[in-house]
Design a protein around this ligand. Structure first.
Ligand code: OGA
Ligand code: NI
Length: 340
């Protein structure tokens, strides 16, 4: 009697997780309560440059907000599938519940629920052809779900803008240089649920990828499973959960804005056969009409622009569509806009 393996989840041999994986150790830890702003910006800048991935403590998001949100997350995923499917994602609107997402055309061992932090008004065109729809689908159960989401979103948004300022300062830009891109932002929050997996050596919770937006602020529970690719040696390292911390990672947009001074880090989620795991990323994304390109202050004759400009709304929609089901074409990536 063999184990029944569903091939949709099986990673190519070179992308399967090794049975043992080192703990990251080196991933930077930044204490955001430090009052010396230039020193703090320098620490954030170094973390963005060397890793594109770091942990923050004393981040100012009240613990109660995160705990309440983690509670409704658990309660929601514990509901029967037919209840969860009442708010399921569809072909036009990428928000809501979804249990068959693909990353790079391999199915992820997870269930998700997505909502946008600010619901765009109907008269705002989100992408070139008006086909991007972002309308939240709120479940009836558990009680207090929507309220917990809204409260948390407010708290984390403050942190997101604070990090954006620190990043701007670290790049020798005016403190609020990047703020304007986030009026009419398309940020969204995702609930990730990773059930125990009978073949954790073959499947992944989320396949290797880089986050497409500007910044990601991730809450994870104490189980662990998030792996980051270390820059110096290209080896995978496990990010150790620290209570009441967030993991911050640079997304593709910061990579382009900074003209490659900061690079988005590749990461993935390993699963395990015993414990379920929960996480909550906040994807801090600009407005859909933003044309993403290297900032002019960071371009000169010595370091010409390394990317062609692209429209965020179209990129976002194309990426979302490609995760909806298995396709035969490659996922859209910023490398497609890289100049020769
Ligand atoms: C993601 C992601 C990490 C995690 O959803 O993009 O990388 O720990 N999640 O769930
Ligand atoms: Ni990610």
């Amino acid at each position: 009697m063999g184990l029944e393996v569903d091939h949709a989840f099986v990673q190519a041999p070179e992308h399967r997780p090794k049975p043992t994986i080192s703990e990251a150790g080196g991933i930077p830890l930044v204490d955001l309560s430090a009052s010396d702003l230039p020193a703090l910006a320098a620490a954030v800048g170094a973390a963005c440059r060397d890793w594109g991935f770091f942990q923050v403590v004393n981040h100012g998001v009240p613990r109660e907000l995160t705990e309440r949100l983690a509670g409704v997350e658990r309660d929601f995923f514990a509901l029967p599938k037919e209840e969860k499917r009442k708010v399921k994602r569809d072909e036009v609107n990428p928000l809501g519940y979804y249990d068959t997402e693909h990353t790079k055309n391999v199915r992820d061992w997870k269930e998700v629920f997505d909502f946008v932090v600010v619901e765009p008004s109907d008269d705002l065109p989100l992408d070139g052809d008006g086909s991007l729809v972002l309308k939240n689908k709120w479940p009836q159960h558990p009680p207090g779900f929507k309220e917990a989401c809204k409260e948390y979103a407010k708290g984390v948004e403050e942190l997101a803008f604070k990090l954006l300022e620190l990043i701007a300062i670290s790049l020798d830009l005016p403190t609020k240089r990047l703020h304007g891109f986030f009026a009419d932002q398309t940020s969204f929050i995702r609930f990730n649920y990773y059930p125990p997996c009978p073949y954790p050596d073959l499947a992944l919770g989320v396949g290797r990828h880089k986050d497409a937006g500007a910044l990601t602020i991730l809450y994870q529970d104490d189980v662990g499973g998030l792996d980051v690719k270390r820059k110096p040696d290209g080896e995978w390292a496990r990010v150790k959960p620290i209570p009441n911390s967030f993991i911050i990672n640079v997304g593709d947009i910061i990579q382009v804005w900074s003209n490659d001074r900061y690079e988005s880090a590749e990461h993935r989620v390993s699963v395990n056969s015993e414990r379920e795991r929960f996480s909550i990323p906040y994807f801090f994304n600009p407005a859909s009409n933003v044309m993403v390109k290297p900032l002019e202050e960071l371009v000169d004759d010595e370091r010409p622009a390394r990317y062609e400009e692209y429209n965020w709304g179209n990129f976002f929609k194309t990426r979302k569509d490609s995760n909806f089901k298995k396709l035969e074409v490659e996922n859209i990536q910023i490398s497609h806009f890289k100049k020769a």
